[in-house]
Design a protein around this ligand. Structure first.
Ligand code: P61
Length: 457
């Protein structure tokens, strides 16, 4: 056996059920051909997201019983603070209700109207919060990220030449901060190398621009550094995590991914006391008192325990190898995917799989609908539908990539479930030429992918 099975036993189960093909078709029509609008009980295997969908451990569940629900100064806050300080070597810790809560609070302090935020590839809530604060999100990921067959081991890397020329061209005062997303979700869960983080930090220091991490999947990024980058194979994950964060000034984190909890987030600041004080006053009307930030005491306890579990090497070996298992199964059925396989999901290249469907007819969304009808599996489009229209020309079909994301929740599905997903895709691929695009019957003006309705063409 080339890999060990799940490094845990199952103590509690949640039944799932595969409804019939006829029922699935009917449910999808009712949902306006939008898998977001399906009821989860009608979904057999839910690969919509890895966010808040993980299973907590017995230690986390028992931590819930230790919740100190005092309004101010909860003991769980101090435990969380200590855990985060040890993990990051940063001084100031502020809990939030989830990642976007962190973005809302921190970005309002960092961005002056009209300033740019330079990222490898900003996630959609990050992009939204930059814009809400009058900023301009700029993506500077290496071009290899847009070529799904390119085997570059760190496709989340910044193009450092582009980064420095952008700063020189526009002037450092026009840039609010540099945002390094680890792993880079929008590029396919692709990691950023330590060498690249170091190079970005050098540029940030040279021009006195703060470097902030979007650390939702920090442990998965550290694992890829250990496995793929020279000089790290014998290093402990915690040491790699500390080294990554040493190159930054702060971070936002959605705890719903590598925090291994269903709700929660963090703002963590290295040493800028003034910024910390500004955040603690801003957070009160937005999220809550700075020692709970929108979370219950028990949530903070579970998050602290989760942050210790996520850096365990046995956990990470299994986590990443399960995603690889799905990727390899799809490749064995000749399904084109973003390669190398990333950290939290397999991204199917729908542009290559369904070349007969125009980007403006959303090939990856059409594929998500067919996958649900075929097998009861729910995935999500990351392509032109999510990207939206050009704000001036109103043109559609503009994303460089048309991907279907099959996102694997943490510690939820066994390898048998993954096998089923692979085989279902194999069956679907025989019917690929019969799949047609979709058109809108209702198109909301913002964040349209959540609530839009469609019909097949
Ligand atoms: C996801 F369809 N991600 O990947 P919050 N940064 C990064 C994220 O991946 C992220 C957040 C910040 C989600 C959830 C999601 O339109 C969507 O805790 C790299 O979700 O607020 C979230 O963290 C925000 C799915 C978010 C979506 C927005 O599935």
């Amino acid at each position: 056996m080339s890999r060990l099975p799940e490094p845990y036993k199952i103590k509690m189960i949640e039944p799932i059920r595969l409804i019939s093909r006829e029922e699935r078709k009917h449910k999808l029509i009712e949902a306006g051909y939008n898998p977001f609008l399906l009821k989860s009980e009608d979904v057999y295997i839910d690969l919509l997201t890895d966010s808040g969908t993980g299973a907590m451990s017995d230690r986390q569940w028992s931590g819930l019983m230790l919740g100190d629900e005092s309004y101010a100064g909860s003991r769980n806050f101090y435990y969380l603070k200590e855990t985060v300080q040890q993990l990051t070597n940063y001084q100031y810790v502020i809990p939030t209700h989830q990642g976007r809560g962190s973005e809302q609070v921190l970005f309002s302090q960092l961005i002056k109207k009209g300033q740019a935020v330079l990222g490898n590839m900003h996630f959609d809530t990050t992009k939204a919060h930059i814009e809400l604060n009058g900023g301009k999100p700029v993506n500077l990921v290496i071009s290899e990220a847009y070529d799904t067959s390119n085997q570059h081991p760190f496709k989340g890397n910044f193009d450092t030449n582009k980064l420095e020329s952008y700063i020189q061209q526009h002037g450092e005062e026009s840039i609010a901060f540099i945002n390094v997303t680890i792993t880079c979700n929008s590029a396919g869960g692709q990691p950023v190398s330590m060498e690249n983080i170091k190079a970005v930090s050098k540029i940030a220091n040279k021009y006195h621009i703060p470097l902030i991490f979007d650390a939702a999947r920090f442990a998965e990024n550290a694992y890829f550094i250990k496995m793929r980058e020279d000089g790290y194979k014998d290093k402990d994950i915690r040491a790699i995590v500390k080294e990554m964060f040493a190159y930054g000034d702060g971070l936002t984190m959605s705890g719903k991914k590598d925090g291994l909890v269903n709700i929660g987030g963090l703002i963590v600041i290295k040493e800028d006391e003034k910024l910390f004080q500004q955040c603690t006053s801003t957070i009160v009307p937005l999220e809550g008192f700075p020692t709970y930030g929108g979370l219950t005491g028990r949530d903070m306890q579970a998050l602290a325990v989760g942050l210790n579990e996520v850096v365990e090497i046995d956990y990470l070996h299994h986590r990443i190898s399960q995603v690889q298992l799905l990727g390899k199964l799809l490749v064995s059925y000749d399904i084109p995917i973003q390669e190398p396989i990333g950290g939290h999901a397999v991204f199917v290249d729908a542009k290559k799989l369904l070349p007969h469907i125009q980007p403006s007819q959303f090939p990856a969304h059409a594929l998500a609908c067919e996958l649900y009808i075929e097998s009861g599996i729910r995935g999500v489009e990351i392509g032109s539908l999510l990207f939206g229209r050009d704000s001036e020309s109103r043109k559609d079909g503009l994303s460089k990539l048309e991907l279907l994301r099959l996102t694997i929740p943490r510690r939820v599905y066994t390898d048998n479930h993954i096998q089923y997903v692979g085989e279902s895709f194999g069956k679907l691929s025989h019917k690929r030429s019969q799949i047609t695009g979709v058109h809108f019957t209702y198109e909301p003006t913002i964040l349209r992918h959540f609530t839009a309705r469609f019909k097949p063409i």
